[in-house]
Design a binder for this molecule. Structure first.
Ligand code: ADP
Length: 593
């Protein structure tokens, strides 16, 4: 049942109740008033008739005389009139004439007659034994000269009284019905006026619940309902403002979380993931539908689960360095922070693989550099000491001095390579760039390597197309790149082999040609797969003894890589053991094609 029907029904109920009680009260009050009025009318008529009879009645009378008088008076008063003698004989009656009148029984025992005799008047409602009709009787004694000569009785049929009463009651009922109809109409109208704004409010709340937060109610009046609507609009405005604020905060937080390098996860008390930022998804290799799934079930890392348990038990921040299988170097600093009151935990994963790798490289570098410096220094020291011993023959002395020279030259090469590398790595190398064609490097290279090629019967195939665009490079540094790569190719290619230098245009994106790629290919020993990613590290050698014997410092490729990085270039390799190696390097040619 809707509120309007409810209000209308209760309104009608109240009106009905009021009308019913009013009807009951008025009905009985009306009956009493009417009853009294009829009785007093009877009384008045009886008194008037009595006065008339006292005046008109002859001393000696006959039935006929009295009955005629009684009939006339009764007709004038529109009542039943009876004159009863003091002995109870009925002398005249408007209802009986002639024989019938004479035959009427003794009326002295009638209650009203007795009351009139004893108390001066008598009134009663009863059925007439004469006419078998219900009457209201009113009797008065008729006295002349202090002597009772009879009773004058006026009677009104009950039917007449009841019909008068019925008429009044009917009038009351009709008025009640009209009042009720009016009340219903007013009720419907006024409940409509109350319910309309409530209905509007309901519609608006529904549309707000459906997401239309900008909906507002139209306020037409200033009464309590109008104020309610006004307050509702104000409240919605506040909610709108708060939602705006929250969504801005949410967006801000989302941007931060989405762009963080650290992985951030939220798990509930049952260790189920409720949120993971993109970094966390990658770090833990989470599947698409990870929300609601237990962390341990998706990513079996017992240390992570143990750390979570620790945070749960201590209700405090837990921290550990954990190996995560999916990370490159798989080392991560994991911090778990319990969220107060929510029984949720924030897991922050910081990938420290890179830092650890750098730390390792630095430690390796120090160890390597010390080793590389110590070896020639020890040798030089040894030979110098021996030379001090004057007994050494002059032939040997020369040999020792040559060795000292050789090792000091190696030392100086090592130191200058290290300095060069440090300079390149520092990033503040000023490149003396100039436009040049890659073929311009052919002749100087041949000048350097021709004797070696002749000695080892190696063939250098230089195959760079003439129509290749020029590159904007530091000529001297790029020369170093060619020297390092060709020198390595020579060192690791057996005598009689072929070294090929070629180049082509290429693009990082299939539609755009934006770089020149140079290939230095040899038919040498090749580089094992596990070493391929490491040969660009400082001092890394595949075969340390062999490489050192070859005279390398172990810094050539590191320097090469950094020269190319300074030119915004790249270097990579392909190699197969026993088949040979191809070093590829790319140089950008932006805006030149
Ligand atoms: P090095 O001075 O020892 O040559 P590099 O940095 O130039 O140092 O090279 C690092 C290591 O990479 C070498 O020691 C060698 O083991 C390997 N290497 C480099 N170039 C080649 C190649 N063309 N064929 C096989 N191995 C190579």
């Amino acid at each position: 049942m809707n509120i309007r029907t409810q209000l209308t029904l209760s309104y009608i109920g109240i009106v009905l109740l009021v009308l019913f009680s009013l009807g009951l009260y008025l009905g009985s009050a009306l009956k009493g008033v009417l009853d009294k009025r009829i009785t007093s009318e009877l009384e008045v008529q009886a008194s008037l008739t009595r006065e008339f009879l006292i005046e008109q009645l002859p001393d000696k009378f006959t039935y006929e005389e009295i009955d005629n008088l009684v009939d006339r008076l009764g007709e004038a008063g529109k009542v039943r009139l009876t004159f009863i003698g003091s002995d109870g004989t009925v002398w005249g009656d408007t209802e009986r004439d002639g024989e019938a009148l004479i035959a009427m029984d003794d009326h002295s025992t009638r209650r009203e007659v007795q009351d009139a005799k004893n108390f001066g008047s008598g009134m009663i409602d009863r059925k007439s034994t004469t006419t078998e009709t219900k009457y209201r009787y009113f009797a008065l004694p008729v006295e002349r000269n202090q002597k009772l000569i009879g009773f004058c009785r006026v009677a009104l049929p009950k039917e007449t009284i009841n019909s008068a009463l019925g008429n009044q009651q009917r009038m009351l009922l009709y008025t009640g019905i009209v009042g009720l109809i009016l009340a219903i109409l007013i009720g419907i109208f006024s409940t409509g006026a109350i319910v309309k704004p409530i209905k509007k409010l309901t519609q608006i709340t529904q549309s707000i619940a459906g997401g239309e937060i900008s909906s507002r109610v139209e306020v037409k009046s200033n009464n309590e309902l109008g104020q309610l609507l006004q307050n509702f609009n104000l409240m919605t405005d506040r909610v709108h403002e708060q939602i705006d604020k929250i969504s801005v905060e949410k967006q801000r937080l989302e941007t931060i979380l989405n762009n963080m390098n650290e992985g951030v996860l939220l798990v509930n008390g049952a260790s189920e993931i409720t949120y993971a930022n993109p970094a966390a998804v990658i770090m833990l290799n989470l599947p698409d539908m990870y929300v609601g799934r237990a962390l341990i079930e998706i990513n079996r890392i017992p240390e992570l689960q143990a750390l979570l348990n620790e945070a749960e038990q201590s209700a405090d921040v837990a921290y550990a360095e954990i190996r995560l299988g999916n990370l490159m170097e798989s080392e991560a600093e994991v911090t778990i922070v319990p969220v107060a009151t929510e029984s949720e935990y924030v897991i922050v994963i910081h990938d420290v693989s890179h830092v650890r790798k750098l730390e390792r490289i630095r430690a390796d570098f120090v160890a390597n550099v010390s080793h590389e410096l110590r070896t020639p220094l020890t040798t030089i020291h040894g030979y110098a000491e021996t030379l001090l011993n004057s007994s050494t023959k002059s032939k040997k002395r020369k040999e020792f001095i040559v060795k000292i020279l050789k090792h000091s030259a190696r030392l100086s090469r090592l130191v200058s390579d290290l300095l060069e590398l440090a300079r390149l790595e520092s990033g503040d190398v000023e490149l003396k760039r100039s436009q040049c064609h890659l073929n311009s490097f052919h002749e100087p290279i041949m000048d350097i390597f021709e004797p070696v090629f002749d000695e080892s019967e190696l063939i250098l195939k230089w195959d760079i197309p003439e129509n290749l665009p020029q590159v904007n490079v530091d000529h001297q540094l790029l020369m170093q790149v060619f020297i390092n790569l060709i020198d390595n190719a020579v060192k690791y290619t057996p005598d009689g082999g072929e070294i090929e230098v070629s180049a082509e245009l290429s693009g990082t994106n299939s539609d755009v040609v934006n770089e020149v790629v140079v290939h230095v290919k040899d038919a040498g020993i090749g580089i094992p797969l596990e070493s391929q990613s490491r040969v660009f590290e400082r001092f890394y050698r595949v075969d340390t003894g062999r490489a050192r014997k070859m005279g390398g410092t172990g810094l050539g490729l590191a320097i090469t890589k950094h020269i190319l990085l300074c030119h915004d270039g790249r270097i990579w390799l392909e190699s197969e053991l026993g088949q040979g190696t191809v070093f590829h390097f790319a140089l950008p040619i932006i805006g030149q094609v």
